[in-house]
Design a protein around this ligand. Structure first.
Ligand SMILES: O=c1nc[nH]c2c1ncn2[C@H]1C[C@H](O)[C@@H](COP(=O)(O)OP(=O)(O)OP(=O)(O)O)O1
Ligand SMILES: [Mg+2]
Length: 209
């Protein structure tokens, strides 16, 4: 991570017309790149620009997406797209929710995060509801401070043990309603068509692109 003193050098990597993806999560950046591909937009990520990560002080997905997008747009001088997302479990009152990344700990260990979700569910007995949904808030910030945001969602059920090596985060324990494979098992292109991120992205495309 580097400070603001390094920004001029970082900004030289950006060609005019590109968009910054205000995220340091490789899995997300990969998915957003794939979603933008058909529109001829080649984004660069905040991580590739060595932009620092802001503290996620918001209390909602939208607030956190907005603060990440504004921060990257301000530092880079380019439009920036941020994604704040998470897994909300009905029986856990919506947890881990906006804390989904933080449940992975400083090591971002989602094997442990999934185990923690499962053990919290198991504490409630065998009849506990396993319903959950993913939320994705996308915020597009312009250097002048204008922000547009979109929120997507996908509903499903949590399975145990986790299955599949695709995707990231909690994908291996999430099965979308009507499906049998987890998001960790389905083809990445299939996930891009049906996920919470795809849902938010479709709204963004309709409004902006
Ligand atoms: O499609 C998904 N499939 C599985 N898990 C997911 C997904 N989408 C979000 N998640 C979980 C894991 C992620 O770490 C956290 C987001 O937390 P969130 O703060 O928005 O992102 P982050 O800290 O990982 O990266 P950044 O803030 O730099 O974009 O929710
Ligand atoms: Mg984050």
């Amino acid at each position: 991570m580097s400070g603001e003193g390094d920004q001029p050098q970082a900004i030289r990597k950006l060609k005019p017309g590109t968009l910054v993806i205000a995220s340091h999560n490789e899995g997300k950046v990969r998915e957003i790149r794939a979603l933008l591909g058909p529109y001829g937009i080649e984004p660069i990520s905040a991580a590739e620009l060595d932009l620092p990560e802001p503290e996620e002080t918001g209390t909602t997905f939208v607030a956190n997406a907005e603060l990440k997008a504004l921060y990257a747009a301000d530092l880079s001088g380019f439009p920036a797209l941020a994604d704040d997302s998470g897994l909300c479990v009905d029986a856990l009152n919506g947890d881990p929710g906006i804390f989904s990344a933080r449940w992975g700990g400083p090591e971002k260990n989602f094997v442990l995060a999934m185990e923690s979700v499962e053990s919290n569910l198991a504490e409630q007995g065998p009849d506990v509801s396993r319903a959950a949904h993913f939320v994705c808030a996308l915020a597009l910030a312009w250097p002048d401070g204008h922000v547009e945001w979109f929120e997507g969602r996908v509903d499903g059920t949590l399975v145990w043990p986790p299955r599949g090596e695709n995707g990231f985060g909690y994908d291996a324990m999430f099965v979308r309603d009507g499906d049998t494979q987890t998001f960790g098992e389905i083809d990445p292109d299939a996930k891009h068509a049906i996920s919470h991120r795809a849902d938010a992205f479709q709204q963004l495309v309709a409004a902006v692109l």
